[in-house]
Design a binder for this molecule. Structure first.
Ligand SMILES: Cc1cc2nc3c(=O)[nH]c(=O)nc-3n(C[C@H](O)[C@H](O)[C@H](O)COP(=O)(O)OP(=O)(O)OC[C@H]3O[C@@H](n4cnc5c(N)ncnc54)[C@H](O)[C@@H]3O)c2cc1C
Length: 301
């Protein structure tokens, strides 16, 4: 029996576990080990790392902080959470866990452009492929960039990135850009080129990425993927938690979901997908969980 279980060990889950343990609560953490943060070649917008830091190094730093506390950590996916008499029950790493409350920090998984795993990894790590304009639009300043996506997402990302560089091209892998005539006009007015031909492939060059169309190729210094993501909210959905159309969990101002005892933080929650935000939400979720539990159990020492 634990006071709290944390599901997910990215920045949100690790921060939640740290706060909970420092409240002298007993904590179990299960993590499947596929944090989005591990894909970051080097972040320059994480306050306050002036030299930047890779996502893998940042996660290592976070985990090295956790091992100072008595937190039970297992590397395992949680397949199901059930409501139990004392709160919740879940299975992870061959263990049956009972806990009073849960912080869900399972994140989201980006939809990828159609590239092989090895091309994807190489393009990502060299900055030729990017996923987060808020995170690294600054690094694309005055560069020739393209955005791949469709509809409102393509429109929004291309417009956002136009404030970093004058050379923005919007394209869709299927050739169907899905823009309204107003969106077409607005993008044209700010100098965003729209290509409505299907992409037949990508080729990595020395310092650029070539996007291949049937009749030609176009090279860009970076390609932004605006293809959306699959929010990992399945466990909460099965418990009946309320969520947005995209599957993001809806929470109150203390990160409580609509299911009593279930809190959420990070990319699984509706909001800005940023490490700083995920950590902030985790601190709020853990504090609310602690205060809510305190009503039921004494934390006096
Ligand atoms: C290429 C790239 C660059 C980025 N750059 C930046 C940047 O520079 N600055 C910035 O602030 N943000 C950046 N981000 C966004 C940032 O990575 C995310 O906002 C952040 O990782 C969200 O943290 P999280 O803990 O909510 O989710 P995640 O980091 O994705 O962690 C979720 C964890 O939960 C686990 N999990 C999921 N389901 C289960 C389950 N059922 N059971 C157990 N475990 C489960 C996953 O395996 C994963 O380990 C970037 C993202 C990408 C993809």
């Amino acid at each position: 029996m634990y006071d709290a279980a944390v599901v997910g060990g990215g920045p949100a889950g690790l921060a939640a576990a740290l706060y909970l343990a420092r409240f002298h609560l007993s904590v179990f953490l299960a993590d499947a080990g596929n944090s989005r943060a591990a894909l970051i070649p080097k972040t320059h917008n994480q306050p306050f790392w002036p030299e930047g830091i890779s996502g893998i190094d940042l996660l290592d730093r976070m985990r090295s902080h956790l091992i100072k506390y008595p937190i039970d950590i297992v590397r395992s996916e949680v397949a199901e959470i059930r409501r139990g008499q004392a709160g919740f029950e879940l299975a992870a790493g061959g263990r049956q866990v009972i806990c009073r409350a849960i912080v869900l920090a399972t994140g989201a998984v980006d939809r990828r452009p159609r590239m092989s795993e090895s091309d994807h990894s190489a393009a990502l790590h060299s900055g030729l492929l990017r996923y987060c304009a808020i995170c690294d639009g600054y690094e694309a300043t005055d560069r020739a960039i393209a955005v791949v996506g469709m509809g409102d997402r393509l429109y929004g990302e291309a417009k956002f990135l136009r404030s970093y560089t004058s050379t923005v091209t919007a394209l869709s892998e299927t050739g169907l850009v899905g823009l309204s005539s107003e969106q077409h006009s607005e993008l044209a007015a700010i100098g965003v080129e729209v290509i409505d031909k299907p992409v037949i492939g990508y080729r990595r060059l020395d310092r650029s990425l070539e996007v291949l169309f049937l009749d030609r190729g176009r090279t860009f210094e970076s390609l932004y993927a605006a293809l959306g993501s699959v929010v990992q909210s399945r466990l909460a959905a099965a418990l009946g938690a309320k969520m947005s159309e995209e599957g993001c969990l809806l929470v109150d101002e203390h990160q409580r979901t609509s299911v009593r005892g279930l809190y959420a933080a990070g990319d699984v929650v509706i909001g800005v997908d940023q490490i700083s935000h995920a950590i902030g939400q985790a601190g709020v979720a853990a504090t609310a969980l602690r205060n809510d539990l305190c009503g039921a159990t004494s934390l006096l020492r």
